[in-house]
Design a protein around this ligand. Sequence first.
Ligand code: HEM
Length: 559
Amino acid sequence: MSSPIPETVADALRLSNLSFRHLFYVCGVYFVCRVVYWLIVYPRFFSPLRHLPGPPVGEPILGQARKIFSTQVGMAAREWINEYGSIVRAVGPVGLERLIFITPEGLHQIMSRPLDCPRPLYLRNFFELITGRGLLTVMGEEHKQMRRVMNPAFSLQNLMAQTDMYYEPITKCESSLLQSCRHNATPSSLVNIISAKLDLNGEKGAILPMYEWLSKVTLDIICETAFGYHADSLNNPHDELAEAYEILLNLQTGQNMFRFVFAMSLPGGPRFLSSEFAYKYRAFFKYTRFFGKFSPSSSFGRVQTFSRQILSEKIKDLEESGVSADDMHGKKDIMSLLMRARANETDQRGYAMSNNIMVDQVLIFLGAGHETTASGLTWTLWLLANNKGYQSRLRDEVTPVFQENPRPDYRTLNGLEWLDCVIMESLRVMPPIPTTVRKTATTDYIDGVLVPEGTLLQICIRQINTWKHVWGEDAEEFRPERWFNLPKAYNPSYSHLSFISGPHSCIGKTMAIIEMKAVLASLILNFDFDPAYPGQEAKPASAITMKPTDGMPLTVRRA
Ligand code: HEM
């Protein structure tokens, strides 16, 4: 007689004299074997990338993570590139392999094919949680369309019209050098605030946390230029948006990012973190060992809700006032330009952004354009404080120009050669975003290596910008004069990657550079910067943005 066919797992266990306990053991052993295989066996013995040059696999669970996260951002990669060459394989946490490519050929293959090498899902989820659906998160055709709609807001013509708006929070007209100013200035601009602090201290000057002040001024500028909102965080430290952003941006240290990436990689993680439930019980996060001070939803929620509110009001105002999109020519903020572009797009090509998507775009500009510019400016001041000759040369260049016109326009700022060299060199040596990442969506050759689908590609911006092969032996030094005579090996698209390259390159590049020029020139014109104390060292954060962890104290005196 043939044995009966079991219909359920329980029947099968009964017929084979096994219990659920046995099944549990089998599953447990299987799970442990899988984990051991992925963490220890695969990267060492089976990975097709195991023969590529690079550091040893490292610790069983962490791989080289301890080194990556404990050293200054990008320094581990710099060491590896110096030791192993232009293609490096390193194993990070939980056995995740990453490849580092540094040659223009390799970088071109990665960056010119965003569908084959997109931003990894966890990063897109991270951006989507903070800023919503926009350029940083969408891909393919939708990305192309969004970019096309947004390009006019960043056109040369619009940037030229916008430049004057940058000066509002920077300078106050009555200062001795700015007597001929014809514009209405803010009640207390950055230059005035610093001057007032110096008045209290006399000749010896004052030690000021420059990052904090630059962060405020760039927030005020981006709020004004992005959606015409006067945050005035320079004078109002309790501005709701400024406060929420500060909390949010402080979350992006290496350790917090590691926790965040982990949480975002869990199925349903992103949705949970931005849910009403998480917001309601946010206090609970504070007391958990894993998340500690992470407590994400409070600041995320506040920034999103508050920004959406401002923007929705603006959209409503414009709609209710009956102003047609074409009549909005007077308004130069990005939001107004997007509304105009939207009207035209609907007519011509059938693609129009919804209000929500438009709101998200502007949130992205706020997120992507504030801290980056503040960090870029802070590092420039730091580099100039340590090179007084370069600093004086810049003052000599800008003083006559600003004496003639206290608010030089776009063309005049761009015509200042030394200012240009200083900004480009500072962005090269201390790029505000020091590293980014992509993930292969197909198996394909990159720089002669067959890279399997799903491999992480680390784009080491800081290392690429200071690669000795291109920039020479003094590649890591701040030498603005090198921009007068670029090296032969310099590749315009892939040797200076601070804004990356290709279809996903920074849309705000020209805007950021001109804004940095306006702020830096106004500061150097009025003040003299020195390190705060002998032996002071740069302390860049290991985070998405390389801001200084100590707020960058500098000694400031009148110029
Ligand atoms: C010094 C200042 C800035 C630096 C160094 C910088 C750098 C970058 C980098 C490296 C990326 C690529 C990130 C990645 O792919 O992982 C990027 C993308 C982007 N940036 Fe910037 N950025 C700056 C200022 C700005 C400003 C002022 C804005 C807008 C107002 C802006 C808007 C964006 C947007 C929308 C993207 C995504 C582009 C896309 O994927 O199509 N950035 N930026």
